[in-house]
Design a protein around this ligand. Structure first.
Ligand code: PBG
Length: 332
């Protein structure tokens, strides 16, 4: 009767030190990246109502955030720009005086190589129609014309000082043209974090507020169908062949199976993005006292790493890094 009870998995769970001894997955602050919004023409940081605790930064408050990021030991900042004016081709994206490029240059000025500065490489924040690319005469997103703009945007971001660019527009061939444009301009060291499997997701909702998005409609002609997995592996093959240094799956929690499969197949590091809607859900439930915010965030981030992520983008990066470094006292 007691035979099978000689094997007791609970022995390894009996105390905090025992659990720590056999823990399979650990979160590193240096693997966490903070997405940050910087808005042109504001004097004070602006709260984002659907993302409590996240703001649209001024240039100065962004620098403060950069300092906190370094102190917390996180992996870097991924910058998104919120311009005051937009046009059909998103020309603010390639303008050295455009907000994203100005912010990039400012962070490099302040911190040099002490903080990894990453830039979103996509047109949606800069176009008056809100799409990730330029439109053809029938109003469809024109893949190849968009690639031309992405090439210029990549060089503009590298000139501003970006260590890494993150093409997030899901245009075919984007990684290849960006790599070629960067190399031709002498930026062979600028790293490409490719949004490889980016799904057309409802979980980007709060992000639209965060960047004052002009989009009406959706992005289903370029972002992936949430129902598809094989397609993600095809995108992975293409991005790696085109020269991606890091690949990413996005959103995070509803796509952990995709993350695992991509991580198993990828020859390069894999990132996952805990997107605005995932963050907002945790915040909203925590505000109501329905879940423990700190535990929910750390558990979700641990899940990404366990599923195969080497790098995690999360709006809670700085806090999470602090929690990891100085764990709160929990009852045994
Ligand atoms: C597009 C972009 C989006 C996000 C990151 N890059 C929005 C979209 O694809 O609609 C979403 C990030 C988030 O929801 O946190 N530049």
């Amino acid at each position: 009767m007691t035979d099978h009870l000689s094997i007791r998995p609970r022995r390894l769970r009996q105390s905090a030190p025992m659990r720590a001894l056999v823990r399979e997955t650990t979160l590193r602050p240096s693997a966490l990246v903070l997405p940050a919004f910087v808005r042109e023409g504001i004097r004070e940081p602006q709260p984002i109502s659907s993302m409590p605790g996240v703001v649209q930064h001024t240039l100065d408050s962004l620098v403060d955030e950069g300092r906190r990021a370094i102190e917390a030991g996180i992996g870097g900042l991924m910058l998104f720009g919120v311009p005051t004016t937009k046009d059909a081709t998103g020309s603010g994206a390639i303008d050295p005086d455009g907000i994203l490029n100005v912010a990039t240059a400012r962070l490099r000025d302040e911190f040099g190589d002490d903080l990894l500065v990453m830039t979103d490489l996509c047109l949606d924040e800069f176009t008056d129609h809100g799409h990730c690319g330029v439109l053809d005469d029938r109003g469809r997103v024109d893949n190849d014309a968009t690639l031309e703009v992405y090439s210029q945007m990549a060089v503009a971001q590298a000139e501003a000082g970006a260590h890494l660019v993150g093409p997030s527009g899901m245009m075919d061939g984007q990684v290849g043209v960006i790599r070629r444009a960067l190399d031709r301009a002498g930026f062979t060291d600028v790293t490409i974090l490719a949004y490889t499997a980016k799904y057309a997701s409802a979980f980007y909702g709060p992000f639209r507020e965060a960047v004052n998005s002009s989009l009406t409609g959706d992005r289903r002609t370029y972002q992936q169908d949430p129902a598809n997995l094989r397609e993600a592996l095809r995108e992975l093959e293409l991005d790696v062949a085109e020269g991606a240094d890091i690949v990413m799956v996005k959103p995070g929690m509803p796509y952990l199976d995709v993350l695992t499969r991509v991580a198993e197949a990828s020859p390069v590091p894999v990132a996952a993005y805990q997107v605005s809607g995932e963050y907002a859900m945790i915040q909203a439930a925590a505000e109501r006292g329905w879940i423990d915010r700190e535990r929910a965030i750390l558990e979700s981030l641990t899940g990404f790493v366990r599923a195969g992520a080497d790098v995690v983008l999360t709006y809670a990066a700085i806090e999470a890094a602090r929690w990891i470094t100085e764990p709160r006292q929990v009852a045994r």
